[in-house]
Design a protein around this ligand. Sequence first.
Ligand SMILES: [Zn+2]
Length: 412
Amino acid sequence: MTDLARHVAALRERSPFYRDKLAGIEDAPFEALPFTTKDELRESLAAEPPLGRHLAAPAEDVRRIYSSSGTTGDPSYIAVTQADLEGWTEIGARSYAATGIAPSQRAVLTYNSGPFVAGAVLDAWARIGATTIPVGSGNTERLVRAFQVLATDALGCTPSYAIYLADWCRARDLDPAGLGIRQIAVAGEPGGGERATRELIEDAFGATVREALGIADVSPSLWGECEEQAGMHFCGRDFVYAELIDPETDAPLPWEDGAEGEVVYTSLRREAMPVVRFRSRDRVLVTARPCSCGRTSVRVRCIGRTDDLLIVRGTNLFPSAVREVVAEFRPRTGGPILIRPAHTGVRQDVPPRVIVELGDGERGDEELAGAIQVAIRGKLVTSTAVELVPYGTLPRSEYKSRLVDFSESLER
Ligand SMILES: [Zn+2]
């Protein structure tokens, strides 16, 4: 019996959810076990509130209950034991050490202590030995003061917040580069790995941007990008088993250079809510060549979340990829975009409207809109209808940016 098979066998003993889900396939090889989806965990929570049939530890051992910050559906609860928290701290320390958070640093953290799991990053930074200044979100004035007064040099936030912060400073005649930020660790949404978005943040602050990635149902951090800035290393070894699959055929894919697929996680040590073959819905591009930093694990770039995916006349369209193409037109275009599909649902037969904000002081014309449309079609093989709006029109986010808006879409 392999370690994985032994692990799954033990899980059947303590998780009612997996006892039922894996009934009758006791002898199946690990790769033949069914995937677990977020929807199933939601159903499990609803079937046996409040913590669900997938709670695999005694309720009195649960130390914290977080909510997931998913972009779809109602929030769902994530329970962790003390040992689970320690596992998260260890993986988080590895991930954020890769992103450059170091013992010598003073670092501002913008994630609130709850309700989302990102708050657990505070423990990881403490494990590294950095001096952390937890500011939370929605507190930009206090954050700027921390940089001005406390000789702070690092920042942890979402890419959206970094962009928001740069705009906030400029609107007050403060040069973001004057804050003294040298290192920015971004996480929580795609964007930090997009070249144009990263350059925008790096140029604004005169800082280095590196990315981390996790998933609420597995671990707040699992991947961290090293100084090569060419993707995030897997940092969950011994705690989490990661597979790559083809999301269309569900077939396993090798972790090899250039491979593209969805990451699937199996927790190896989680006590409260372990998962087997959990579909992350994160699409990644793999780099497997050796890295100069000495870490031997594979690296990934997140291409997008399946949750945001639109299929336009049969072609996959990730909104974050549209934002990346639009960013090539800076400074004529500004930061935010918003995609307004004609109909509700994933599949679209009409080119979606892409609302593009102009750069500060820029004026739009038909020619610019046309050029963006051509660039999107050229790079993403998708037709869209680009509309330009003045700088400052679209909402700014201090947490995660919404890229698709169905509020004006027609029901089918
Ligand atoms: Zn590396």
